[in-house]
Design a binder for this molecule. Structure first.
Ligand code: UFG
Length: 338
């Protein structure tokens, strides 16, 4: 099966390309390289021994996307391509709506036209906002989005639900990711944040290696055991495997038109727990200081993943320790290259 992977050069996309290949699928990568680098292809080739088809194309470019569909019979698509910086989305809402919502429309219209029947969409636990009950299940209430970025995820889920209801061709799954971290254990691919990382783990690894100053912990006065925010941190390889399981589920369950799954570990860890685990598993020091809360941060969120386990037959295999060791080894390999 040919699987179109939009955003396939990015952090989650590239790890999913590897897992697709490992499971016998043929990934075809589309990426505009706005937040990724062509060298990712070398890492993919070293890991898999395969040179993948890559189109440097923007998913909003209808004509260029159509030529990809004309050149390749597409059996399914995994749509990662999107902008994802929460703060930037507040400053450039129109860009976020155009880029994230517009690209989904282009993709789904072409999938309909060229009879590509399966879609896996990257959604986010951001749709739950600050949950009333934990862990959140797929039936938990969706809260008004805190940012245009979060709103694009909610809108895209709704578009897919409406479109799959009307379509005789496309069936889809939205995966609500919790917090993806880590890197491939080979250290040949990983996260490549542009500029100063706003996410916790890339900042930790860059700080520990001396590229950044001390980590600022955004608030220690939350209603949590140690006062810092709690998240469900999932190893990116486990997350990548959830996409393969979702494709297999769509293939084996013709009655499924659209469904939603939480993709996390089911366990929450605080910022301080992440910091302490990082120091312990990697035997390195990390300077940090407690700073003020970051606007828009949710106090605690982690997922109930029973539905994914039951229906997709998927569950995480790697621990927080594995994630933080692999993230650090990736950072070390980047510094050896530079
Ligand atoms: N944090 C710090 N210092 C930092 C960076 C982060 O203390 O320098 C804290 C944050 O305040 C938060 C936790 O670490 O408590 C995790 O923050 P991240 O930025 O790594 O992740 P978020 O949970 O804020 O955001 C992630 C994704 C979003 C997605 C969201 C869904 O990056 O795309 O999960 O909840 F929308």
């Amino acid at each position: 099966m040919n699987i179109l992977v939009t955003g396939g050069m990015g952090f989650i996309g590239s790890h999913t390309v590897v897992e697709l290949h490992n499971s016998g699928y043929t990934p075809i990568i589309v990426d505009n390289l706005s937040n990724s680098d062509k060298t990712v292809l070398n890492g993919l080739e070293k890991i898999t021994g395969q040179l993948f088809k890559f189109y440097e194309v923007d998913c909003n470019d209808n004509r260029a996307m159509e030529s990809v569909f004309k050149e390749n019979p597409i059996d399914g698509a995994i749509h990662f391509a999107a902008s994802k910086a929460v703060g930037e989305s507040v400053e450039k809402p129109l860009f976020y709506y155009q880029n994230n919502v517009g690209s989904l429309l282009v993709l789904m219209e072409l999938m309909e036209k060229y009879h590509a029947p399966r879609l896996i969409f990257s959604s986010s636990c951001t749709v739950y906002g600050e949950p009333d009950f934990l862990p959140v299940t797929e039936l938990s209430e969706k809260k008004p989005a805190e940012s245009p970025y979060g709103n694009t995820k909610q809108i895209c889920e709704e578009i897919i639900e409406d479109a799959t209801r009307a379509s005789k061709r496309i069936r889809a799954i939205a995966l609500r990711y919790f917090n993806p971290i880590g890197a491939h254990p080979s250290s040949l691919i990983g996260e490549l944040p542009l500029g100063v990382p706003s996410n916790l783990v890339p900042f930790i690894t860059q700080s520990a290696i001396g590229l950044r100053g001390p980590l600022a912990i955004h608030g220690s006065d939350y209603n949590t055991p140690d006062g810092t925010c709690i998240r469900d941190y999932i190893h990116v390889v486990d997350l990548a495997k959830a996409h393969v399981a979702s494709l297999q589920y769509l293939s084996g369950n013709a009655q499924c038109d659209f469904d939603i799954f939480n993709i996390g570990t089911g366990q929450g860890n605080s910022v301080l727990e992440v910091v302490e685990t990082f120091k312990k598993v990697n035997e390195c020091s990390l300077n940090y200081a407690i700073g003020p809360r970051r606007p828009g941060d949710v106090e605690k969120v982690f997922g109930d993943v029973a539905k994914s386990r039951r229906l997709l037959g998927w569950q995480t295999e790697l621990s927080l320790e594995d994630s933080l060791r692999d993230a650090w080894n990736w950072q070390l390999s980047l510094s050896r290259k530079s």
